[in-house]
Design a binder for this molecule. Sequence first.
Ligand SMILES: C[S@@+](CC[C@H](N)C(=O)[O-])C[C@H]1O[C@@H](n2cnc3c(N)ncnc32)[C@H](O)[C@@H]1O
Length: 330
Amino acid sequence: MVETNPFVTVQVIAGGYCLPRCLHVVADLGVADALGETPRTAAELAASVGAHPDALSRVLRLLAAHGVFETQGDRVSHSPASRLLQTDHPQSIRAFARMFGLPVFWETFDALDHSVRTGLPAAAKVFPEGFWSYLSQHPEAGRVFNAAMSAKAHGAVAGILATYDFSDFGLIGDIGGGSGHLLHAILDAEPGATGVLFDLPHVIEDAASLASERLSLQSGDFFCDALPSCDAYLLMEIIHDWGDEESVAILRAIRSAAPPHAKVLLIETIVPSDSGPDWSKMLDIHMLTLLGGRQRTREEYEMLLAQSGFHLEQEMDTGAGISILEASVA
Ligand SMILES: C[S@@+](CC[C@H](N)C(=O)[O-])C[C@H]1O[C@@H](n2cnc3c(N)ncnc32)[C@H](O)[C@@H]1O
């Protein structure tokens, strides 16, 4: 975002909501899929995806000004960022872009003032059934969300595998593991290990094809169902979904199930101490608004772990925008 003076700083932020909205719509329409290696006109793309030619061309002009697509005259071509919106790109984040445009996200942000006034998740006001129940009751939104979780994890999974040595573990539990992308990648890299994917029933149902001799599926609720006894527990972007009280409840449930030698790996984007822009600070407002959760500093995670019977051993930066906090039983 280019800021030239204080007026522009405020102007760009105040009116800037149209930029992400354009991205959501273009990702929904599948414009990146309709554009191959040869540049096409906006009118050709509009005809392919069922859009209005002039409106689409203006939306693409805006996105291209921010690095998503390139435009030259009336011709549109891919930029490195727009390629990531292609469904079959190996690092595709189309689902991740679509997720932020789902009604459960966008309409919740319309009620952000409720969160700011009360400290409570705005989602609970707009969608009283709660975020996770909403996803279970709206299967298409649930599928977009789960696909988005796999998509956002492409880089993180590679960074985690390059950073952490999983070779000592027999059974690895991925708690709230979604579609099992992290666990599956770890088991691929560690042929001696087995895994158990634990998540809510509708998520485990959608992950059925993943089950194998080495990867079992367990559906349940980590607030009331027994967790498996594992040598290591992965919690990737789980604790950030919850307030401190619920976070301690989840970690204590793991503590009850864990043998004394078990390790717990919290995999989270840590809030840095400096005041500059950082994705963790945006994610933090998403957690506040959607779930009543929060992004935390290393010290805040250390305190939660200590209250739950664990000792933080080390923090490892994966270099992929996410850190591993390794804890052992205290
Ligand atoms: C933010 S997603 C993270 C998914 C995955 N760990 C990742 O990082 O890609 C949170 C996950 O927690 C699961 N979840 C939410 N509430 C749960 C509960 N009460 N019991 C078990 N899993 C739950 C969701 O279904 C979802 O898969």
